[in-house]
Ligand binder design. Structure first.
Ligand code: MF3
Ligand code: CO
Ligand code: CO
Length: 270
């Protein structure tokens, strides 16, 4: 497998795209309250991207092989929806959890990030799942540095999820990102240490674990996109786009509203 590291110029553009993607989440955050529909969230994000940022919403009409073109500008995955939830006219209610996943294109480069949001007051179990999933993402990110293998990252994520009695979705993974939305390598959120691609300075990819409160199995809905848990248990996901640097990692999808990294992540690398 060949995964070309980015040049300094490409990395500079990735930083801009990453910040802009994160700023869409900052912008929409105050709107995510009981009574709003996921279509409203889509419209607010779309207008901000297109009119304010002059970015392109990468999901809109995105059509990987075997898929119908994605009809909206963002993904909104509520409660037992694992990923690729298509915004619609259902109102969010207090106690729901929702993942908002934003991918923008700026100057030819992609930035891809998602966060979980509580609608009103979350249940104890929902909050716990969202926090565990956030820590899963960071256990993966914290391992990133040249010489580390992708299996080391997947293993760190899987270990934390399973230690807490949760399960890792296997069918979807993180991905290389740059001029293309999804490029090599595939970044699995489970695995064995000492296996898989060895990281090199300059690589850019996402880490985006989908963690279920119940069993790992999923099912696809008839719309061709929405993925749900087979047992209808809650599912959560967080996503950052990261860069491998000489001494570790840089998170590219950062902005004023980015949640703080957990205490177990030793010291900021950027
Ligand atoms: N943003 C998702 C990811 O993290 C991909 C969504 S594809 C879409 O890879 F078409 F559903 F938007
Ligand atoms: Co992604
Ligand atoms: Co995404």
């Amino acid at each position: 497998m060949s995964v070309a590291p980015k040049t300094a110029d490409e990395i500079a553009k990735m930083r801009v795209a990453g910040r802009l993607a994160s700023e869409v989440l900052d912008f929409v955050t105050p709107h995510i309250k009981p009574g709003i529909t996921t279509e409203d969230i889509d419209r607010i994000c779309h207008e901000y991207m297109v009119n304010v940022q002059q970015t392109i919403p990468a999901p809109l009409n995105y059509a990987p092989p075997g898929y119908t073109p994605y009809p909206k500008s963002i993904c909104t995955s509520v409660n037992h929806v694992v990923c690729h939830g298509v915004p619609g006219d259902k109102k969010l209610k207090s106690g729901d959890i929702v993942n908002v996943d934003i991918t923008v294109i700026k100057d030819g480069f992609h930035g891809d990030t998602s966060r979980m949001f509580y609608v009103g007051q979350p249940s104890v179990q929902a909050r716990r799942l969202c926090e565990i999933t956030y820590d899963c993402m960071w256990h993966g990110i914290a391992r990133v540095r040249p010489g580390v293998q992708l299996g080391d990252i997947g293993c760190a994520i899987q270990r934390h999820a399973e230690e807490k009695g949760c399960s890792v979705v296997r069918e979807f993974c993180g991905h290389g990102i740059g001029r293309k939305f999804h490029e090599e390598p595939q970044v699995l959120h489970y695995g064995r240490p000492g296996t898989g691609l060895t990281l090199m300075d300059g690589m850019t990819f996402t880490i985006e674990p989908m963690i279920n409160a119940g069993r790992a199995e999923i099912r696809g809905l008839a719309d061709g996109w929405t993925i749900v848990t087979k047992d209808h248990s809650l599912s959560a996901q967080w996503e950052h786009t990261v860069l491998v640097t000489a001494d570790g990692f840089d998170v590219l999808t950062v902005s004023a509203g980015t949640p703080a990294r957990p205490d177990f992540v030793a010291r900021p690398h950027g």
